[in-house]
Design a protein around this ligand. Structure first.
Ligand SMILES: [Zn+2]
Ligand SMILES: [Zn+2]
Length: 345
C-alpha cells in the first residue's frame, strides 16, 4: 500500500482553509503506549481523520502517539468516539488551545517516527510505561512547599529563561536527548529527595520521569499535562500560582504571560525584557530576547554585524555568504545575558 497523503499544493490548501468558514477547534494530546504496528495505526488514523476533516500533525511510534490537530467543531463528537475506539486512548485528556481561531493547520500529516520524543536511548530495558507519579496543580503546590523537594525544568533554555517555577533547576543543554543523562547527573546527590519534573504539556517530563526511574531514582513525580494544565487548574480552582513569568508556546503567539513579573533580561543591554524575537537578518534568524529600545537601535537584529548585513544592497550580497565573526555563538549571547543577571541581583 502506497503512503496515503494529500497531493494538493500547500499554498492552495492554506488558501482554502482561510476561506473556509467551518468552525474548528485546535487540540493536542499525547499518549505513551506500546503500538505494535505504527504503520497500520498511522493508515487507520489518516483514513478516518481525513473523512472527519481533521487537519494537523501526528507522530506515531512504537512508544505511542503525539498529536496537534484542528478538528471541525461539528465533527468533534465523532472524532472523540473514534479515539475511544482505541482502548488506550479512551477518555484521554485533550488540551484545548486557549486563544484559537482553529486555523492552526491546513493539511493532515501523520508520520511514523522511531520515537514520539527523541531520547537517544536504545536500551530495551528502558520503558516509558514505568513513570513516576503524576501531580495535579494542588498536589504540586503542596509538595513544592515541603523541604527535600527538587523541581526540575525539562524544557529548552529559551523557554526556561522567560518563565519557570520558583526555584526550578535548569538542565542546560540544547537537546532533550542530552538533557536526560545530564538531569540524572545533576540530581545524583538528591536521590533521597522528592524530584518533580515538568515541561510545557507533559510529554517531555513524562519521559524524563521514566528515565530517572530507569536510572534508579525512586521518589519521582511529574506535573500532569505540564505548565498548560497547571495554569488551567490554578485559574479554575483559584490556587496559588507558583509559575513566574511567561510560558513559551509553540504557536504564533510565542509565549503567554502567566505571572506578572518579568524574570529575564534583554540580551543586548541587560534591561528587564521577556520578548523573544528572531534576528531580522534572515540569514541569521537567531531567537533571542530584545527590549524595545534595542529593537529600535539594532533594527531588530541580534548584533551590529547582522544589522549591517541586513542593510546591504542585494547586489553587494551576491556571491557572499553571511556569517558571524568566529567568536560569535548563541551561548555567547546567553552568557552575556547571564552576566547581566548576576549584576542585577
Ligand atoms: Zn535592550
Ligand atoms: Zn543575527
Amino acid at each position: 500500500m502506497s503512503e496515503l497523503r494529500n497531493l494538493i499544493s500547500q499554498a492552495e490548501l492554506k488558501e482554502r482553509l482561510a476561506a473556509d468558514p467551518t468552525p474548528r477547534q485546535t487540540i493536542s494530546f499525547y499518549k505513551y503506549h506500546p503500538v505494535a504496528d505504527p504503520k497500520e495505526f498511522r493508515d487507520a488514523l489518516y483514513t478516518q481523520f481525513e473523512k472527519l476533516g481533521v487537519l494537523g500533525r501526528i507522530y506515531v511510534a512504537n512508544e505511542g502517539i503525539n498529536a496537534q490537530l484542528s478538528v471541525p467543531t461539528a465533527n468533534f463528537e465523532a472524532f472523540k468516539t473514534y479515539l475511544d475506539s482505541f482502548e488506550f486512548l479512551r477518555g484521554i485528556r485533550l488540551n484545548m488551545a486557549a486563544e484559537d481561531d482553529g486555523k492552526s493547520f491546513w493539511v493532515l500529516n501523520v508520520k511514523v517516527r522511531p520515537k514520539i520524543v527523541a531520547d537517544g536511548i536504545d536500551d530495551p530495558e528502558f520503558s516509558v510505561e514505568r513513570v513516576g507519579q503524576y501531580l495535579k496543580a494542588q498536589e504540586f503546590n503542596e509538595l513544592t512547599s515541603q523541604p527535600d523537594t527538587v523541581v526540575v525544568d525539562m524544557r529548552n533554555y529559551y523557554e526556561y529563561e522567560i518563565g519557570h517555577f520558583e526555584g526550578a533547576l535548569e538542565v542546560p543543554s540544547d537537546t532533550f536527548r542530552q538533557q536526560l543523562p545530564m538531569a540524572a547527573e545533576l540530581l545524583d546527590e538528591d536521590k533521597d529527595k522528592n524530584i518533580i519534573m515538568y515541561c510545557t504539556g507533559g510529554i517531555r517530563c513524562e519521559k524524563a520521569s521514566a528515565y530517572l526511574m530507569y536510572r534508579g531514582f525512586e521518589k519521582v513525580y511529574h506535573l500532569e499535562g505540564g505548565i498548560l494544565e497547571y495554569v488551567r487548574q490554578v485559574r479554575e480552582q483559584n490556587l496559588e500560582n507558583k509559575f513566574k513569568g511567561k510560558n513559551f508556546v509553540f504557536d504564533g503567539r510565542r509565549s503567554e504571560r502567566i505571572g506578572d513579573e518579568i524574570i529575564s533580561h534583554c540580551h543586548q543591554c541587560g534591561e528587564l525584557s521577556d520578548t523573544h524575537r528572531n534576528c531580522a537578518n534572515t540569514d541569521c534568524h537567531l531567537l533571542f530576547l530584545q527590549c524595545d529600545k534595542c529593537m529600535a537601535e539594532f533594527e531588530g537584529c541580534c548584533c551590529v554585524e547582522c544589522r549591517d548585513w541586513k542593510n546591504l544592497p542585494a547586489e553587494e550580497k551576491e556571491g557572499r555568504v553571511f556569517s558571524h565573526g568566529e567568536e560569535f555563538s548563541h551561548s555567547q549571547v546567553r552568557r552575556h545575558a547571564r552576566f547581566f543577571d548576576i549584576k542585577s541581583e
